[in-house]
Design a protein around this ligand. Structure first.
Ligand code: VGL
Ligand code: ZN
Length: 200
């Protein structure tokens, strides 16, 4: 049992799995791996991508724009996605086979209509905090291991921000799957390496 290291289970939701609105290739495969992995951690945090309708990251919010195009917003470049993980919709639910009864915190992110949040710690404006850093610190956590979907977006940003807030961070590759658009997976591993994230 790992007492100082928390497991962050990122966005294992229906919309990121087979048949979902933004299905990650082979996304469902992480579920049994994560269920087994979670047994080794006392502190487990599950995140949910949780957007209001007409979220700024939805291509449908921007007339004439299509998914996987990018736009420029106040806070920088934003990738546009199909509508996904609309709060309280069926697609936003956790994968039905995810079984981690001892997870004490489910953290929802991306709920601000005008700001995306790939990261479980900081929204895309790089200023608004979710509070996860304080939650973990208050529980004596000094390191996080990350798993879930997608490696190159929410897992990567969360891992880099874990480092930003002073936690050791390790991404457990066999428990992750990637979207991989336009070289995004290679770029994510490079950025994570630069931030001191361990690939495990
Ligand atoms: C994610 C794209 C958009 C993720 C969330 O969970 O990696 N990717 N929203
Ligand atoms: Zn999203």
């Amino acid at each position: 049992m790992n007492r100082n290291t928390a497991l962050l289970v990122i966005d294992v939701q229906r919309d990121f799995c087979a048949g979902g609105a933004l299905a990650v290739p082979d996304g469902d495969a992480v579920v049994p791996v994560i269920n087994a992995l979670a047994q080794h951690y006392q502190t487990v945090v599950i995140t949910q991508d949780w957007h209001p309708p007409q979220h700024v990251s939805f291509a449908s919010t921007h007339p004439g724009r299509a998914p996987f195009e990018t736009i420029t917003l106040d806070y920088g470049t934003q990738m546009l996605w199909p509508d996904h993980c609309v709060m309280a919709s069926a697609g936003a639910a956790l994968h039905p086979d995810l079984a981690i009864p001892h997870a004490a915190l489910i953290l929802r992110k991306g709920s601000n209509r005008g700001i995306d949040s790939y990261s479980a710690f900081l929204e895309a404006d790089r200023t608004s905090r979710t509070g996860l850093d304080g939650y973990l610190a208050a529980r004596g956590i000094t390191a996080v291991d990350l798993c879930g979907l997608a490696t190159d977006y929410c897992v990567s940003w969360s891992a880099q921000d874990a480092r930003h807030f002073g936690f050791a961070a390790r991404v457990i590759e066999p428990a992750c799957r990637a979207i991989d658009v336009d070289g995004s997976l290679a770029a994510a591993w490079a950025a994570m390496g630069g931030a001191g994230v361990v690939r495990g």
